[in-house]
Write a protein that binds this ligand. Structure first.
Ligand code: AKB
Length: 332
């Protein structure tokens, strides 16, 4: 019998959702939005790390996705019908511990897919990434179907994962849906271990009045997405009818593209004293093999993908909100 923190009422709604990796950058935002949508008690946040905010606002359980037994017990106990499986090690951290990255990213996904099959979970969301692409894919407006020759263990695990998703869908009818996220940028939660995280770190330096040292070179252009669009993408694909999802590997989804210099220039429009230096490290090597921009016409046609936010809005929104956060924390 599973030991849990909280129990749903007898009549759990048919939309009871499990989020793995809920304390991560996307997890925190997704849980917050799903709870707004479906009610706090309907969204079970899980992670290996505690998150006080997530725990205070709804059910939270410790879960290592490599522990399949605990995963099954939680799904049964909470009568879960949808899973957002986010737990993963990202590109830059993956290169520091390749066997852990492979084990967590791959076996974690296989545990989720297999448990979803066994317990007949209705839908699964699993994020793929632009890291599936490598040097043999066109960099500009990268098409949906190109050779996928990733250069990181994270990218390799995501290519394999895309194929496992398609396999579980084809062979067992598991309704798993996936999108290839670009770099995600938000201010409510901190990223960890990604190549594109420089863009979030840059904002924190700018708000604190500190110079920023960019690990990605000034002209390395990458596709990026504001967090509100990232949450919307996950929500939209999960709520599309099953027959709208023609691609069962991962859909390209684009929103904006910029270089560190362009981002710094946009920040300087609001904080003119902001200073940046470029000291490219291994993250620039990783980024050099990723697309500049994505052709996301399949996502637009199939399930109506339509991003809302561009660079200018994102920069002013993040600076306004982060400035509030920092000034209120100084006052307290
Ligand atoms: C990373 O930089 O590793 C991630 C990603 C692009 O998937 N943000």
């Amino acid at each position: 019998m599973v030991t849990t923190n909280k129990t749903f009422p007898e009549s759990a709604s048919p939309k009871t959702i499990l989020v793995t990796g809920a304390s991560g950058q996307l997890g925190v935002e997704l849980v917050y939005n799903l709870r707004q949508k479906y009610g706090s008690n309907q969204v079970l946040a899980t992670d290996i790390g505690e998150n006080t905010l997530l725990k205070e606002k709804g059910p939270f359980e410790w879960l290592d996705v490599l522990d399949k037994k605990r995963l099954s017990e939680l799904i049964s106990h909470y009568q879960i019908v949808e899973i957002y499986h986010l737990a993963a090690i990202l590109s830059a951290n993956g290169e520091k511990n390749i066997s852990l990255a492979w084990r967590l990213n791959m076996n974690g996904l296989l545990n989720v897919l297999e448990t979803a099959r066994e317990l007949q979970v209705q839908r699964v969301f699993w994020p793929s990434t632009i890291a599936v692409f490598g040097p043999d894919a066109p960099r500009k407006n990268t098409p949906q179907d190109v050779p996928l020759h990733p250069t990181t263990v994270y990218g390799i695990s995501k290519v394999a994962g895309e194929h496992w998703c398609a396999y579980y869908n084809r062979r067992f009818g598991v309704d798993v849906r996936s999108i290839r996220y670009p770099g995600l940028i938000g201010y409510r939660s901190q990223p960890g271990g990604g190549t594109t995280d420089y863009a979030v770190d840059l904002f924190y330096s700018a708000i604190k009045g500190k110079p920023f040292v960019s690990p990605v070179d000034r002209n390395t252009r990458l596709p990026m997405m504001y967090m509100d669009d990232a949450v919307k993408a996950a929500y939209d694909i999960m709520n599309a009818d099953s027959d709208q999802i023609r691609i069962r590997t991962g859909y390209n989804v684009g929103a904006m593209s910029f270089t560190p210099k362009e981002l710094a220039d946009a920040v300087k429009q609001i904080i003119p004293s902001f200073e940046i230096q470029y000291v490219p490290d291994e993250r620039d090597q990783i980024a050099a093999n990723w697309p500049d921009s994505l052709d996301d016409s399949a996502a637009r046609e199939d399930w109506g993908w339509n991003p809302k936010f561009g660079l200018e809005f994102m920069v002013s929104d993040i600076i306004a909100n982060l400035s509030d956060v920092f000034s209120s924390s100084r006052e307290n």
